[in-house]
Design a protein around this ligand. Structure first.
Ligand code: ATP
Ligand code: FE
Length: 345
């Protein structure tokens, strides 16, 4: 089954061709970091314009790298939410046009479902049930997966997402956008115990997260140093902040796995590329005999291969979308919203 997938939910224009949910023939990602970097974040209007400029080139490139043409495709998949409405519409419109023109089945994918399925691209036979920690620019969710397409959110952030905390702290340190990878790199040269920041565990047994207090603590630390004309040790700051975030993520993920009685743990989303999160979770999980799986870094951040991966399992269930598919900026994990109708979980 050859699927062409499009992903335009935020600031990356991406198209990929994937065979049978595992074989990535191409995964073209055109980043708009140069456009948004100077503003320190994504400018929605600019993102939509850029997607429109890039989408046809990216699709042609994905087919040409795969060595295929439109007639070789079995289905077309697209992210239809959550995300920026104007950005999503570019991908959704392009996918609908291709599906209509070539009479191909159309598959609508939830962006977060795509992040989770990045794991199945290289590990298609992971045994259910499993716990997935989704940590991205807009989400921090602990999800229990009992079977394909079935999601139970066991915990989530009450304020900032983990990636958002990384980006905001990076910005206050004078680093460019997106700051997560830069903090990761800086932290490698720092002492994580030199500066201690607060970790929010919330109520006993809670699987929810909160990162706004930590973010404020770091910003206050920088302001205090400024006022006292003291130089901030950036590598120690990055290492201390990263430790505070990842310690909480790791402890709660292991608790969620124990509570659900599952032995497999997945990481998903951009922050899943974080070195400390990957290595520390693997080390701690080994002690309790939990198996940890995470995608290669390039498949953690936004890309269309993960959308094609998720689409393959929907294809097998014939879970197709109508040509009236629309962008749904607030789409929830596990819900489908087609033709204005709503099918919750
Ligand atoms: P969402 O998926 O919730 O809609 P998004 O698509 O904007 O949000 P992703 O592309 O999944 O988010 O992830 C981007 C985030 O991941 C950014 O916040 C970025 O700073 C963070 N990130 C990427 N690499 C790393 C890393 N190595 N360490 C920490 N954070 C990272
Ligand atoms: Fe994302």
């Amino acid at each position: 089954v050859v699927i062409l997938a499009l992903e335009t939910s935020c600031d990356d224009t991406s198209a990929a061709v994937v065979v049978d949910g595992t074989e990535i023939l191409s995964n073209i990602i055109s980043s708009q970091v140069d456009v948004h970097g100077k503003f320190g974040g994504v400018v929605p209007e600019e993102a939509s314009r850029k997607h429109l400029e890039l989408i046809n080139h990216v699709i042609n490139e994905a087919l040409s790298v795969a060595g295929l043409s439109f007639k070789d495709l079995d289905a077309i998949a697209v992210t239809y939410g959550p995300g920026l409405v104007g950005a999503l519409l570019v991908g959704v419109s392009a996918a609908k046009a291709i599906a209509y023109g070539l009479d191909l089945p159309l598959i609508g994918i939830n962006h977060i479902e795509g992040h989770i399925y990045a794991n199945f691209l290289s590990e298609p036979n992971i045994a259910f049930p499993m716990i997935c920690l989704v940590v991205s620019g807009g989400h921090t969710d602990l999800v229990l997966l009992k079977k394909h397409g079935c999601y139970h959110v066991e915990g989530k952030t009450r304020d900032d997402a983990a990636g958002e905390a990384f980006d905001k702290v990076a910005r206050s340190m004078g680093l460019s956008y997106p700051g997560g990878p830069l903090i990761d790199r800086l932290a490698k040269g720092g002492n994580p115990d030199a500066i201690t920041f607060p970790k929010a565990y919330l109520e006993e047994g809670s699987l929810d997260f909160s990162f706004s207090g930590l973010k404020s603590a770091v910003i206050n630390y920088i302001h205090r140093a400024d006022q006292n004309n003291k130089e901030v040790n950036k590598v120690d700051l990055a290492a201390g902040f990263q430790k505070a975030v990842t310690d909480v993520l790791i402890d709660k993920t292991l608790n969620a796995a124990k509570k659900a009685g599952v032995s497999t743990i997945l990481l998903a989303g951009g922050v899943a590329a974080n070195t400390r999160l990957r290595t520390d979770l693997s080390i701690k999980a080994a002690k309790t005999n939990h198996r940890v799986i995470y995608p290669p870094p390039v498949l953690c951040t936004d890309n269309a291969a993960m959308i094609a991966g998720a689409a393959y399992y929907k294809y097998l269930r014939s879970a197709f979308a109508p040509l009236t598919l629309n962008a749904v900026p607030d789409l929830k994990l596990g819900e489908e919203r087609y033709e204005g109708r709503f099918r919750g979980k």
